[in-house]
Write a protein that binds this ligand. Structure first.
Ligand code: GAR
Length: 189
């Protein structure tokens, strides 16, 4: 008999290509996780549609996300036996109160080679600084922005004639490949 798949929650705010990549991988028979719940702080986040299409339950959190709401969401996730939470383009900072419920269980993907270019507009800043490489990083989430323990980084070359769009597309492609692989490794470790 095959082993039960680990339950994963994904937090998004928008487009959801990383969510999509995580879901697509999870549908493979030999994959060790399944996406059990998708949370968004934006009710129109495009990623929600793909989640619903795949019959994954979704939840919208408020912009204020006060302590009582955080506690209720934590309860829901604990009841769903969530093994890891993946932040995938989730543009809201989780409070230490919420993080405390899931110590070393929340991971994030960021479009730069951390610790370089934390925060927003990473590609723009890397291009402006005439970097030769950019890339993406998957890390554990801590209370400081984009600063927790690094799990893995993937370098992506920056070319002389690169535009923001070209670079973003090249990095995103790597993000979408890397996130499911790293999650599977974490689940099995
Ligand atoms: C991705 O590039 C992700 O690395 C970034 O937002 C994008 C979301 O794309 N996350 C951050 O900047 C977090 N600090 P997606 O919605 O298509 O997955």
């Amino acid at each position: 008999m095959s082993k039960e798949k680990a339950n994963i929650a994904v937090f998004i705010s928008g487009r959801g290509t990383n969510l999509r990549a995580l879901i697509l991988r999870s549908r493979k028979k030999n994959c060790n996780y399944k996406i059990a719940h998708v949370i968004s702080n934006k009710k129109n986040a495009a990623g929600l549609k793909f989640a619903k299409k795949n019959k994954i339950t979704t939840k919208i959190i408020s912009q204020s996300f006060l302590k009582i709401e955080q506690k209720n969401l934590a309860k829901i996730l604990i009841n769903k036996n969530i093994k890891f939470i993946c932040l995938a383009g989730f543009m809201k900072i989780l409070s230490p109160y919420f993080l405390n419920f899931f110590k070393n269980k929340i991971i994030n993907i960021h479009p730069s080679l951390l610790p370089k270019y934390k925060g927003l507009n990473t590609h723009q800043r890397a291009l402006k600084a005439k970097e030769k490489f950019s890339g993406c990083t998957i890390h554990f989430v801590s209370k400081e922005l984009d600063s927790g323990k690094i799990i893995v980084k993937k370098k992506v070359r920056i070319f002389k004639n690169d535009t923001l769009r070209k670079l973003e597309k090249r990095v995103l492609k790597e993000e979408n490949k890397l996130y499911p692989l790293v999650l599977e490794k974490l689940v099995s470790s």
